[in-house]
Design a protein around this ligand. Structure first.
Ligand SMILES: Cc1cnn(-c2ccc(OCc3ccccc3)c(C(=O)O)c2)c1-c1ccc(Cl)c(F)c1
Length: 388
């Protein structure tokens, strides 16, 4: 987990091994006047030809957007991102119900990872040297806590292509959700008018979908509207071509080694994707680290110590919340329950905007530290349960 991004202060140079947050922290540190070299183990992503149908996208929310805005990179996001003003809930029978995310301006942005990453890469990329050994050698001498948990669900991405006349196959400015209790599917729009759809299903159920017949029977029963949009042939092609990926939650601490090295973003944490906060949290790591460097006047020794201590509690809270949401979604969520809960919470927020803020709103449309969101939502959830 340490191979994705680490930042080390080497003499007066800053070396960054790239990942999503790596490109962003490079911009932050260059703006602080450091000479920054960005290293990447893989080939330069900007030279890779984007494979059609493999556009992995993410839902940027306020935390990610504000972290980009703070370095003046927010413009590229608004250029690249497609606003999602509401979730669109797809019921079993194929009825769709939009539920707004909140007031005007409170929307998510569907952004294609690779485009965002390429645009963020500002420093030169060099082949990775023996840098990782420095990392492993240092980390193992620390009292370094590490834990990981794989969940029984896997995920598979399916590309829903534009229609024959080149239009989006579904309503565009929505986060499409098909909640089906023990499994669910989502779809986010892309600039090329396709949707990247992600099916979340237990591995033991994926294992049963061996033949074309199995897959068609499953989608006819569970996602008939989606099957009609996708077409049987395209669905089968995508389903058997695209890999089924695992999902893991990873926590570790501390994030730093003296004033020499710190890990941020996906190198320091991984969370299950059931809140759409992984990249938002990684980008917010950059904003938080930059603020602490400012406070400590670039003294990396004291700054990294404070960063490890303060950021870890917020990151671990978000890891826990994402796992909680996975369990909650898996257990009780069908479209009627989802609709009722979301409409009720939107009403309570309208009625008491200062005292009742839905958990999802606090996570996605505020920069309240994640731990504070959890602490505050505990009493709310009880309150909400009382009403429910
Ligand atoms: C990629 C991304 C960005 N945000 N979200 C997200 C997460 C949770 C949400 O609510 C809690 C809830 C949703 C569904 C059922 C019960 C509770 C909402 C919402 O309120 O719209 C939106 C996702 C996402 C990621 C994976 C799945 Cl499976 C999913 F459904 C949505």
């Amino acid at each position: 987990k340490l191979q994705q991004l680490c930042l080390s202060m080497w003499e007066d140079d800053i070396l960054i091994e790239e990942a999503w947050a790596g490109a962003l922290i490079a911009v932050y540190l260059a703006k602080r006047g450091f000479k920054v070299d960005v290293f990447e183990a893989r080939k330069d992503p900007r030279k890779e030809v984007a494979q059609r149908g493999r556009s992995v996208n993410l839902a940027l929310s306020v935390r990610g957007i504000e972290s980009l805005r703070a370095v003046g990179a927010e413009g590229l996001v608004t250029a690249l991102g497609i606003p999602m003003h509401a979730r669109m809930i797809h019921s079993h029978s194929g009825n769709t119900t939009p539920i707004p995310y909140g007031k005007k301006g409170q929307h998510l942005l569907s952004v294609e990872r690779q485009k965002l990453n390429n645009d963020l890469l500002t420093a030169k990329l060099q082949e990775l040297s023996g840098y990782k050994s420095y990392l492993y050698n240092n980390m193992k001498h620390l009292r370094f806590d590490f834990s990981q948990e794989y969940i029984p669900h896997g995920y598979k991405e399916l590309c829903l292509a534009p229609t024959k006349n080149g239009e989006f196959a579904m309503a565009v400015n929505y986060l499409h959700i098909w909640p089906r209790q023990t499994f669910m599917m989502i779809a986010l729009p892309n600039q090329d008018k396709s949707f990247t759809c992600t099916l979340f299903l237990p591995f033991d159920q994926f294992d049963k979908l061996k033949t074309k017949e199995d897959v068609l029977t499953f989608f006819k029963a569970e996602f008939p509207d989606f099957l009609n949009l996708m077409g049987e042939e395209k669905l089968l092609e995508e389903f058997f071509r695209n890999p089924t990926g695992p999902m893991v939650s990873i926590k570790c601490k501390p994030y730093h080694v003296s004033d020499k090295l710190v890990i941020i973003g996906d190198a320091a944490h991984a969370m299950v994707p059931f809140y759409g906060q992984g990249t938002n949290c990684a980008f917010e790591d950059c904003l938080v680290l930059n603020g602490i460097l400012e406070k400590h006047n670039n003294d990396f020794g004291s700054a990294l110590q404070e960063y490890s201590r303060t950021r870890n509690k917020d990151v671990e809270s978000m890891c826990d919340l994402a796992m909680y949401n996975y369990i909650e979604m898996r257990s009780l969520v069908t479209s009627p329950v989802f609709l009722m809960k979301k409409k009720l919470f939107n009403f309570l927020h309208w009625l008491m905007p200062k005292t009742f803020i839905p958990l999802y709103t606090m996570v996605s449309f505020s920069q309240i530290p994640y731990k504070t969101v959890i602490d505050r939502s505990e009493w709310q959830e009880k309150y909400g349960e009382v009403i429910l």
